[in-house]
Design a protein around this ligand. Sequence first.
Ligand code: FMN
Ligand code: 7N5
Length: 389
Amino acid sequence: MARHWADFQYEIYLNGMSGTVPRLPTDLTRLEGLAEHRLGPGPVGYVAGSAGDGSTARANRAALERRRIVPRMLRDVHERDLSVEVLGRPLPAPLALAPVGVLSIMHPDAEPAAARAAAAHGVPYVLSSASSTPIEQVAEAMGDAERWFQLYWSKDREVTRSFLDRAKAAGFTVLVVTLDTPMLAWRPRDLDQAYLPFLHGVGTANYFTDPAFLAGLAKPPQEDPNAAVLRFLGLFADPGKTWPDLAFLREHWDGPIVLKGILHPDDAREAADAGMDGVVVSNHGGRQVAGSVAAADALPGVARAVGDRLAVLFDSGVRTGDDVVKALALGARAVLLGRPYVYGLALDGQRGVDHVIRCLLAELDLTLALSGHATPSTVGTADLAADPG
Ligand SMILES: Cc1cc2nc3c(=O)[nH]c(=O)nc-3n(C[C@H](O)[C@H](O)[C@H](O)COP(=O)(O)O)c2cc1C
Ligand SMILES: CCCCC(=O)C(=O)O
């Protein structure tokens, strides 16, 4: 019998008979509560928190929960294959790990641990520019796995160029450009605790080791950390960028470019017209625009507008296997998983991320099969009950 992701289920039961139960819950929505107890209020507030009163983050979950799958019976789902092609690359499942910066506030093994866990399953890991480990070191941890790099598009052209060169040299092939964070939003949970990781020297490793960044400092970061952090905060992103600026990135990156943070169909069309290869429909997990449309509600419009021209990816609110099925039905080719793997890392390092990936893919495999699908490619709008609105 072919191995399926769902087999993890029996592994858990069989291990249980010899006295070994999973170290973490298999319902991934429970991880946040556990991480809350494990971590200090600053770090967990930073990860769990969002913009404004949190309504966008809640809306992301509500938009997925509101949609319901209508399972079909007597379809042959004995042999299943979760693999999909995204940006010309074969992926073992419609899943990648979302770029999340500053992971050392969660666990000392930080980004390399998450990257290794993803690489072990062939799941792409999207490395954040705001990582707490330099690009080159994370690349080393990834073996020959597929490498995607997320760019915060700096105000300083030389820093941007240097990041692109470093990522290319380290073997990254897909560039994910995050557009929804030209500045940090109003995040009350962090403001009330006056907690920002960058002020604690976290999330700046790529900048503090970058020749173009260092060239703009009077003294090295070790000698004057405050000046270095201020330079980082002043240039990590650029609220002045507009669509024509994308030509610079197209010129300096050979592989696929994906724009992250697209919610409007017209922006998706602009992306296609600008020669981009994909979009991530995302509201940054509700961390940027308080009151923004839920990402899942924006997904069908974007998919209709550009689904035949661009790879449409999705994040913001994915917690379970059925969320992935719903995202596929709403027009996504694959999803990015955010907070759950970060909590897995916080609770058990690389093993925790491995657990999260295995649980999510097992649940996805089972939900697809029990809904009548042997592959993600047969999922469509007809699999969802009419949206009650
Ligand atoms: C702590 C934290 C840090 C993040 N850092 C980045 C980042 O550096 N770059 C980026 O593009 N997105 C970043 N994101 C957003 C994620 O890539 C993703 O869009 C979001 O987590 C999806 O929402 P969800 O986790 O609620 O599913 C971050 C999210 C969190 C929670
Ligand atoms: C400079 C911002 C990087 C982290 C980030 O994207 C987030 O906190 O959401």
